[in-house]
Design a protein around this ligand. Structure first.
Ligand code: B1M
Length: 217
């Protein structure tokens, strides 16, 4: 199999939700020297995107998407140590979660991997996180950054509530609020008064490091 065929096969097995085979193929790709980010983008995420389109067109349903998502997580687990490699010299503490009403966590988990790779301390609040939980955590654990992820257009508005609650709690000058996830845009970020939108996990981690540096001096 060529490297291109191997990545294509990973995508196909993601679509079929074959977690065990995905793990084996991802390991094979790593052993063959394909860069982790390429395996992620052209293998795992490519497969999940196909499922996403089929889901939208009612060609597959929640159970198939769930199985594909599980296979995705298994593949990401193999890549995690490689994705997280890098300049782990930064310091700071952030909390991250998928906002209330939203259970999508694959993107959030990728952001977490990149944050940890930079050396930041990450408090992962999981999914379905209420605004008050973000605020309470940031206050009690002295976080420099609150990071909110949303994948549903219907849950994006919770991010505005996080900004409002941070203002009400008097935290706005010492905590930065970052937003992201497929439906989120720069424009939306500005509208709700958040501090930064980033389109992907790598840029999210870079921006979080920048905010931590700025706040910690
Ligand atoms: Co859902 N789902 N889903 N789903 N699902 C979408 C999001 C959808 C676009 C599918 C579609 O219609 N094409 C659609 C949303 C439509 C909309 O809102 N306009 C949708 C829907 C409708 C639903 C349900 C309502 C379906 C139903 O029940 N009828 C339901 C909602 C459940 C809920 O949350 N309450 C639902 C359920 C599910 C599953 C549980 C089956 C599963 C999630 C499993 C899991 O996450 N553990 C699932 C999945 C897998 C998807 C798709 C197929 C894939 C999402 C994903 O993981 N993408 C998705 C279709 C699609 O996106 N193509 C879809 C890969 C991930 C790496 O991308 O999260 O964007 P993403 O993260 C990127 C960047 O956005 C960024 O970094 C990541 C990597 O670079 N990023 C950040 C993310 N967070 C960030 C935070 C930051 C910065 C960057 O700073 C803070």
């Amino acid at each position: 199999m060529t490297q291109e065929e191997l990545l294509q096969e990973i995508s196909v097995k993601i679509q079929a939700g074959r977690a065990k085979i995905v793990k084996e193929l991802v390991q094979q790709a790593v052993d063959e020297g394909i860069p982790a980010h390429q395996i992620l983008e052209e293998g795992l995420l490519a497969g999940l995107n196909v499922i996403g389109v089929k889901f939208k067109n009612n060609e597959v349903f929640v159970p198939e998407v769930l199985i594909a998502a599980r296979a995705m997580n298994q593949g990401v687990a193999i890549l995690k140590p490689l994705l997280a490699q890098g300049d782990a010299g930064a310091s700071g503490r952030v909390c991250i979660g998928t906002v209330k009403g939203d259970l999508h966590d694959i993107g959030k988990n990728l952001v977490r991997i990149m944050l940890e790779g930079k050396g930041l301390e990450v408090i992962d609040l999981g999914v379905d996180v209420a605004p008050e939980t973000f605020i309470q955590t940031a206050r009690e654990q002295d976080c420099q950054v609150i990071m909110c992820s949303a994948l549903l257009t219907t849950t994006m508005s919770v991010m505005k509530d996080v900004v409002t609650e941070a203002e009400n709690a008097g935290l706005r000058d010492r905590v930065r609020i970052m937003v992201g996830g497929a439906p989120v845009t720069e424009n939306f970020c500005q509208q709700i008064g958040a501090d930064a939108y980033t389109p992907d996990a790598t840029s999210a981690a870079e921006k979080a490091v920048e905010f931590c540096r700025e706040l910690l001096g």
